[in-house]
Design a protein. Sequence first.
Lengths: 335, 335
Amino acid sequence: MQVTIYDIAKMAGVSASTVSRVVNNKSTVNAKTRARILKLLAEHNYVPNESARELVKQSSRLIGVLISDIRTTHHTNGIYFIEKELSANGYTCLIHNTGRDENNWVAYFQSLSQRKIEALILVGSIYQTDLVREAISLYLPSIPVVISNGYMNGENIYGILSDEQGGVTECVSLLAAKGRKHPAFLMNQVTPSNEKKKLGFEEGMARFFPEMPVHTSICGNEIDTIAAETRTLLQRHPEIDSLIYSEDLLAVVGLRTLADLGRRVPEDMMVIGINNSNYAKLSIPTLTSLDNMLYDVSITAARNVLSLLSGQRVSRKMLICTEIVERQSTRKESE
Amino acid sequence: MQVTIYDIAKMAGVSASTVSRVVNNKSTVNAKTRARILKLLAEHNYVPNESARELVKQSSRLIGVLISDIRTTHHTNGIYFIEKELSANGYTCLIHNTGRDENNWVAYFQSLSQRKIEALILVGSIYQTDLVREAISLYLPSIPVVISNGYMNGENIYGILSDEQGGVTECVSLLAAKGRKHPAFLMNQVTPSNEKKKLGFEEGMARFFPEMPVHTSICGNEIDTIAAETRTLLQRHPEIDSLIYSEDLLAVVGLRTLADLGRRVPEDMMVIGINNSNYAKLSIPTLTSLDNMLYDVSITAARNVLSLLSGQRVSRKMLICTEIVERQSTRKESE
DNA sequence: CTGAAAGCGCTTACAG
DNA sequence: CTGAAAGCGCTTACAG
């Protein structure tokens, strides 16, 4: 059985109130008594019962973090920073792996509400749906909710976005500057974030290749489907001379596929990824990638939550600039 | 303010006990009353207060999960399976990112004890230390503790290990069969798991290359240090003709470094990684890798926790076999 | 500086 | 089938 405040009180010959005051470092306790209690506390390895504390204080110091797939490196990198910042401020993260199917999400909102979380961070634009908005207004109507790389309307909802749309337009601009004629865009799945990237691509095409047809395509998350979709696209449109993928991982599969087809990168085909991940740094050839500033987005999400919890004003929607990191996959011989 | 069982009771004209019975689906409630209460519950969006429940039931349905760096893909893949299995059984995971420095770990054990977790999973052999053993006996002396890919003595400690030692010995055997003469082994850092891999390497050398010197080396976790250490090793021992890295990620950096040096893989140099990760499948050339059966280890850790929580016997130490997945980086032309 | 008492929201024998 | 009561471990005005 666990040692309670009452056990210690009995041993010290004082009341539970006094022990509580010592545990919580309240000022008004006689120095000698305090010392005696402190010693007892340490000896018996006292640890306060958090449930009891929460119940009376009506505060859990718990922050919910929802992620659709904890295996996504890009997202776990973000969570790493979020967790660090939050736990440095005395909060505990409740990280949940919700899956990609929104029909299974409600249970998580209920569970988080039951645990009395004090704020919620949604990692990824995938949570930008009406169903989520409803669940929030039903189960978490009065705590701050911050979306990392997304935004929704809502009394208590805040968003931090990476300007991927503008970034992809710049990628198209880069390809134009390199003398490419027929860029194409591939994305793994339809998410709000990918829709924005696609929009950025279309904008870039309209601006830099006004006469050209716009090729975009969805290639899934599996190595096989990505490779197959890449092959199909190139077969159908042999004129394509440059590819932008919605994620580095896809682009790396693309590099493999091109190698298998005997196409040289960057000579025959230029390739650009997004995320500026390890994959981009380690591939052969190394991969030009749009850095969507994950660190900044994540850390800002965490800091905004902390600000909101301490009652400060925070802007509802922030946009963070992206940056192209150029590597071999778009570098011409002469450079 | 939140709706309590008392609010509902008042509205329904019954006692809190009855409402509690309905909420918890206890048998003995009049059908009509139950229906009325159920309706009220739904209308008012009642969610039980978990702290209050925990306090009276002395059970949190919380399971702690400690990981040294949540950015390590290999570990998050494992956690993905663990979380899925555990939450399917009604438990909530408290995932903490402890960092690699064991001096910061005690706080996590205290916090988990405070939250009254019912079991603990340690992900990674890195937690196999005396300090951890002490913290467990101090703060979590009576709940099941399961180490994923590790083992320690302790009343309440259980381990599931991947037989990486035997696996690496087989890798050496494979290199011998391919006619290689001078294998070397590189690991990122000193962990119990890496020590075992090294032992397996030394065993393999003793068995298949009894006359040869044994080259092992530590290369760190950063791309730069891995590349530098690889270069140094090859400069110092130009006779080396095959490399085993303690992780795929390192091996992929190795492949890049070899490409930069103009060494052909597998002709001039064979390369083997460990983990059988995406990196191995996507690199150019594709990478032969020791599959340490992460899925099996993780899922077994989760299942063992569930078994222990339901009072079943579980073996203290389980060993799971590994398997080499051969790809281009060790395949001879003729094959 | 300190203690008695009430209360946080819930569950569960116990009595009826 | 149902209610009154006690209790889980803690905090915090309030009175002294």
